[in-house]
Design a protein. Structure first.
Length: 339
């Protein structure tokens, strides 16, 4: 008879869109529940609690921690408060899954991971898109030489947002801009597929009236001469594509947030479509469940360290983004208070 799994009691900080997505996803998974939500606005917090049938709403993160009724926390607040909340949770010994980006500078991200190592607390930056079978299969095929030698990788990740200077997407104080919101997906996918750091980074941006990048273009060059072109935007078009061009063909993934297949187009004109996920499932949102399930297993047994996306991988992504911001004159951290 199979042994029952320990119920994982999640806490969530924030009541915005990403918190809503995670609350719904956690509730849909076996052996998990959302036990608490903490946010500053009491009315919004209570409404969120009621909508998601959560046991308790808390007026603050400190109150949720003190109650002792959670096993781990998803941090779903704006980027600008991630560092503070993640550190509070680690001080309490609570495992953390933090929505991307975990912080606004490489120094802070490295500091948080170092602090997690010192405290012996599990800390992951959310990279749900890389846990999808589609992405794992893409990396496997590239390693096996399905398109020959990789010559260049092109990743476009953008959507059209209605301009509102008070919206977090355009508010610099809240970590707005295309690179931090959607460009980070492209940078992380590139690092995941290329499996190494670039030798050179060049960046250019269209900066809007609030000081945030509305469009960001990043060009990476690798020691073997391979190139990567990464584009992100809030105002140009709705497109999420991956194209890896090799000496013998191209690997293509359209709408990669939701993709359940990839395509190999060879130079001889032949084409193969590789199904990667169960087409009979009725999921309509991004597949955050793959990462959530692995995170929960590691909460139950910390020895099951995941290797899909490590602390050093998150740091490598933030290093690329930090250099892009430096080259385009965008700064989010006037005081680099580290640890």
């Amino acid at each position: 008879m199979p042994q029952e799994k320990k119920l994982i009691r999640w806490g969530i900080t924030g009541t915005g869109k990403i918190a809503d997505i995670y609350a719904n996803m956690i509730r849909s998974l076996p052996d998990m529940e959302v036990s608490g939500v903490a946010a500053r606005d009491a009315a919004k917090t209570e409404r969120f609690r009621s909508e998601h049938d959560i046991r308790k709403a808390y007026a603050s993160l400190e109150e949720m921690i003190a109650d002792g009724q959670i096993d781990c926390v998803f941090v779903g607040t704006p980027h600008s408060v991630h560092k503070e909340q993640v550190k509070q949770l680690m001080d309490a010994g609570i495992p953390v899954l933090c929505t991307k980006p975990m912080s606004l500078s490489l120094e802070e991200v490295e500091g948080l991971f170092q602090y997690a190592a010192e405290k012996g607390v599990m800390l992951w930056e959310s990279a749900w898109h890389l846990f999808k079978p589609t992405m794992i299969q893409a990396r496997k095929l590239l390693k096996e030489g399905a398109v020959g030698t990789v010559l260049k990788t092109e990743i476009h990740c953008s959507f059209i947002a209605e301009y509102d200077p008070k919206n977090r997407l355009f508010d610099k104080k809240l970590g707005g801009g295309s690179l931090l919101d959607v460009g980070i997906y492209g940078v992380s996918v590139c690092h995941f597929l290329m499996c190494r750091k670039p030798a050179a980074i060049k960046a250019a941006a269209r900066i809007g009236s609030t000081g945030c990048d509305e469009i960001m273009e990043i060009l990476l060059q690798y020691p073997d001469g391979a190139l990567a072109c990464l584009e992100s935007g809030l105002v140009d078009e709705d497109r999420q594509e991956i194209r890896v061009v090799g000496s013998e063909g191209t690997l293509f993934i359209d709408d990669f947030w939701y993709a359940d297949h990839l395509t190999i187009r060879r130079r001889d004109g032949s084409e193969t479509v590789v199904a990667t996920e169960d087409h009979t499932e009725t999921w309509t949102s991004e597949r955050h469940d793959y990462q959530l399930l692995q995170f929960a297993e590691c909460v139950r047994d910390p020895s099951k360290r995941q290797e899909i996306w490590r602390a050093e991988d998150s740091a490598a992504v933030h290093e690329i983004m930090g250099e892009a911001f430096r080259q385009t004159g965008i700064s989010y951290s006037p005081d680099q208070n580290t640890f």
